[in-house]
Design a protein around this ligand. Structure first.
Ligand SMILES: Cc1cc2nc3c(=O)[nH]c(=O)nc-3n(C[C@H](O)[C@H](O)[C@H](O)COP(=O)(O)OP(=O)(O)OC[C@H]3O[C@@H](n4cnc5c(N)ncnc54)[C@H](O)[C@@H]3O)c2cc1C
Length: 286
């Protein structure tokens, strides 16, 4: 996402939700890049699934329709139907907007989701025999301006906990859209030659290069987060979290702390769960 495509007020809100702009960028204590999860972040989902019981988790079941009346909600997926007292929709706004709602959602909510575009970011990881950049006194962090020759805008040292040297980098905004149209080999060559430019000729001799474009995944459609177009935070923000009948809204975009991050997703899930408990089983809250 380019700065020109989003509301400046949204940018300020997003930074404030992390405790300030530097906290979004830095890898020092308390900042967004401080921790890596040994073994990968998928373990979070797996541990949660174990806690609620795998039999209660339906994979490969995309929700297509949510119908509701004063008593019930009925959720239809591509292979099942569920009758419930309340529904929490946790997918990001641009994907929540693809679900059919009966009756239709209030127009304030519709306008909001139609004006919360998702970003476009691609990620690459490149592994090496040695962390040659450290030997040269570099951190591995490269921040570049927009250019048609260098596809990435930022890289970090991504050496694994076992000490396997690696760099991780991101293509973002119009550069991601531009480079996603190219052949994979062309992208890889452009990344490697840019790393050579910034870190030296050793960057050309890598072990493995891997990349991912979430815009090409049907149930992501972009990443890492949805933003708001100008004016929408001012006039439509109550619709972001306000339940629509039996439907409650969660997901990192609805968080007030660490919006856009995993911590924000957790905070939003806790808030939505409390809303539902208050509605269907308020005695447990007293
Ligand atoms: C490259 C990249 C790097 C990131 N780095 C970090 C980081 O370092 N730290 C950090 O905290 N965060 C990071 N994030 C952001 C983090 O991944 C998100 O904030 C977090 O995943 C949001 O969680 P969520 O539950 O709100 O939404 P999601 O994780 O997007 O989950 C939504 C789920 O809904 C599913 N879904 C969509 N449509 C439907 C449907 N119709 N029916 C049923 N299911 C549906 C999707 O398949 C998905 O599983 C990164 C993201 C990206 C892409």
């Amino acid at each position: 996402m380019e700065p020109s495509q989003m509301s400046f007020l949204f940018f300020l809100m997003y930074s404030a939700a992390a405790g300030g702009l530097l906290a979004l960028l830095e890898s020092t204590p308390g900042c967004a890049q401080e921790f890596k999860i040994k073994g990968g972040t998928q373990q979070l989902s797996k541990c949660l699934a174990e806690r609620v019981g795998w039999k209660n988790v339906r994979l490969g079941s995309a929700v297509t329709t949510i119908w509701q009346d004063a008593e019930w909600a009925r959720v239809t997926t591509n292979n099942d139907t569920f009758l419930c007292r309340a529904v929490i929709v946790t997918c990001p706004p641009h994907l929540a907007a693809k679900i059919q709602y009966q009756p239709p959602l209030p127009s304030m909510r519709e306008f909001l989701t139609q004006n919360m575009p998702v970003g476009h970011m691609m990620k690459f990881i490149i592994t090496y025999q040695t962390a040659f950049w450290k030997e040269k006194g570099f951190s591995g962090e490269i921040v570049t301006g927009s250019s048609s020759e260098c596809p990435f805008c930022i890289t970090y040292d991504a050496t694994s906990p076992r000490g396997n040297p690696a760099l991780v980098g991101f293509f973002a905004g119009h550069l991601a859209s531009h480079w996603s149209e190219k052949e994979a080999g062309e992208r890889r060559e452009a990344v490697v030659s840019s790393l050579v430019k910034y870190l030296g000729p050793e960057a050309a001799v890598y072990i493995h290069y891997e990349e991912k474009d979430w815009a090409k995944e049907e149930y992501s459609g972009g990443c890492p987060v949805n933003v708001m177009a100008p004016g929408f935070l001012t006039y439509y923000h109550p619709s972001l979290r306000k339940p629509c009948g039996r439907i409650h809204w969660a997901g990192t975009e609805t968080a007030t702390q660490w919006c856009g991050y995993m911590s924000g997703a957790v905070q939003s899930g806790q808030r939505a769960a409390l809303e539902v408990l208050a509605e269907v089983c308020h005695v447990v809250l007293t």
